[in-house]
Design a binder for this molecule. Structure first.
Ligand SMILES: Cc1cc2nc3c(=O)[nH]c(=O)nc-3n(C[C@H](O)[C@H](O)[C@H](O)COP(=O)(O)O)c2cc1C
Length: 358
C-alpha cells in the first residue's frame, strides 16, 4: 500500500520482520497470559489509518469492506481492540463471541499452541464479560471501520434460542453485521442447533430481532453432506446475509505436537484442507446464491486468493496471527492485490467462485 497509508510500517513487512524476534518471548509465556499481553500491547498502538485500495474493496450483504481480510471471532472476545485490529490493516473485525450474561468459561489451561503444527487447540467455552460490558465499549466507537458482533448462548441457559434473540436485539444497533455462532465445540449441545428444525426456529427468532442489521451464520467444518444441504436450505429460506465457513474442528488430522490429544477445537494450518473442502461444499449447496466467508487455516495472500476462487467473498483468520504477528493482514492484502492483478481480476468480486473455470 505504498503511498496510500498514513501510518508507519505500512507495508506490513516491518512488523513481519520484527515479529520473529518477539515471538520466542511470547511463546515462552503461558498461552492465555500471552494473549492478554498481546491485547494490552495492542491498546498502545498509535492512531493511524490505511487507505483502501480499489482492487480490494468488496461489497457484501450491503456492506462496503475496504478489503476482504477480516479478524475472526475469539481474538477480541470482549470488544477491546477492534479499532486497533482495523488499524493493523484488517478490512473488518469480528468481536465476541458475546453471551447475554458474563461467564467464566472452562477451567484453565484451555488454550494450547501446537507450534510444530502451526496450530491452536482451544476449549475456552465462551469466556466473556457479557453483552452489556461490550455494549458500552462498542457504543463509543467512531463509525468508519467494519465491526461484526458474534453472539452466542450462555452455557447454563434454559432457552438458547431466547439468548440468541436477546443478543441480536441488544447488539444489532451497534454492529455492521451480527454473526450467529452455533458452531463452537466447547459449549455442550450447541452444535445441535445446526440441525434443520432447530436452526429454522433459531434463525426465525434472530431475523425478527435483528432489525435491519445483516446476519451471518457461522458453521462447523465437521458436517456431513446432508447437514450441509439442510443448513444451506434453511439459510436461503430465512434470507440470511452470509455463511461463515468455518469454526474450529473437533477432528484431528495428523499432528506432530504432544498436545494433539487436548480436548477442544483445532484451528490453524491443519484445518486448512478441511475448511477449504467445506467451503466448496457450501458453494455447491448454495449455487452462489448466498455470500460465503471463509475461515480456517488462512495464513497468506495465496490462501485468501484460493478461498476467493473457491467461492468466498471475504476471508477471516485468527491462528495465523499467533505465528506470523501483527503485520500479517497488511502483507496479505498486498499479496492478494498482486495476485488479483496478475490473474486479470479488477476486483475481488470478479474472482469469487472462478475456481475450475478457464
Ligand atoms: C483461541 C480461539 C478462540 C476462539 N473463539 C471463538 C469464538 O468465541 N467465537 C467464534 O465464533 N469462533 C471462535 N474461534 C474460531 C475462529 O474464529 C476461527 O473460526 C477458527 O479459529 C478458524 O480460523 P483460523 O484457523 O484462522 O484460526 C476461536 C478460535 C481460537 C483459536
Amino acid at each position: 500500500m505504498r503511498g496510500r497509508c498514513a501510518i508507519s510500517c505500512c507495508s506490513g513487512s516491518t512488523e513481519l520482520a520484527l515479529y520473529p524476534l518477539v515471538r520466542p518471548l511470547l511463546f515462552s509465556i503461558e498461552e492465555e497470559t500471552a494473549h492478554r499481553l498481546t491485547i494490552a500491547a495492542l491498546k498502545l498502538l498509535p492512531k493511524g489509518r490505511t487507505e483502501p485500495h480499489p482492487r480490494l474493496r468488496s461489497r457484501v450483504a450491503g456492506i462496503d469492506f475496504p478489503n476482504p481480510i477480516g479478524l475472526a471471532a475469539g481474538f477480541d472476545k470482549d470488544a477491546e481492540v477492534f479499532g486497533q485490529a482495523l488499524r493493523l490493516g484488517f478490512g473488518f473485525a469480528e468481536v465476541g463471541t458475546l453471551t447475554p450474561r458474563p461467564q467464566a468459561g472452562n477451567p484453565r489451561p484451555r488454550l494450547f499452541r501446537l507450534a510444530e503444527d502451526k496450530a491452536v487447540i482451544n476449549r475456552m467455552g465462551f469466556n466473556n464479560r457479557g453483552q452489556d460490558a461490550a455494549r458500552a465499549r462498542l457504543a463509543k466507537r467512531r463509525r468508519g471501520g467494519i465491526v461484526g458482533i458474534n453472539i452466542g448462548a450462555n452455557k447454563d441457559s434454559t432457552d438458547r434460542v431466547a439468548d440468541y434473540a436477546q443478543g441480536a436485539r441488544a447488539m444489532a444497533p451497534l454492529a455492521d453485521y451480527l454473526t450467529v455462532n452455533i458452531s463452537s465445540p466447547n459449549t455442550p449441545g450447541l452444535r445441535a442447533l445446526q440441525g434443520r428444525a432447530a436452526l429454522d426456529e433459531l434463525l426465525a427468532a434472530v431475523m425478527e430481532a435483528r432489525g435491519a442489521t445483516p446476519v451471518f451464520l457461522k458453521v462447523a467444518p465437521d458436517l456431513e453432506r446432508a447437514d450441509i444441504d439442510d443448513i444451506a436450505a434453511v439459510a436461503m429460506d430465512r434470507k440470511l446475509d452470509a455463511l461463515i465457513v468455518a469454526n474450529t474442528t473437533v477432528s484431528r488430522p495428523p499432528l506432530k505436537s504432544r498436545l494433539r490429544e487436548e480436548a477442544g477445537g483445532l484451528s490453524g494450518a491443519p484445518l486448512k484442507a478441511l475448511a477449504l473442502e467445506r467451503l466448496r461444499d457450501f458453494r455447491s449447496a448454495t449455487g452462489g446464491a448466498l455470500p460465503l466467508i471463509a475461515a480456517g487455516g488462512i495464513a497468506s495472500g495465496e490462501d485468501a486468493f484460493e478461498r476467493i476462487r473457491a467461492g468466498a467473498s471475504l476471508v477471516q483468520l485468527y491462528s495465523a496471527l499467533v505465528y506470523s504477528g501483527p503485520g500479517l493482514a497488511r502483507a496479505m492484502a498486498k499479496d492478494l492485490r498482486r495476485l488479483l492483478r496478475r490473474h486479470g481480476f479488477r476486483n475481488v468480486a470478479e474472482a469469487v467462485g472462478t475456481e475450475g473455470l478457464s
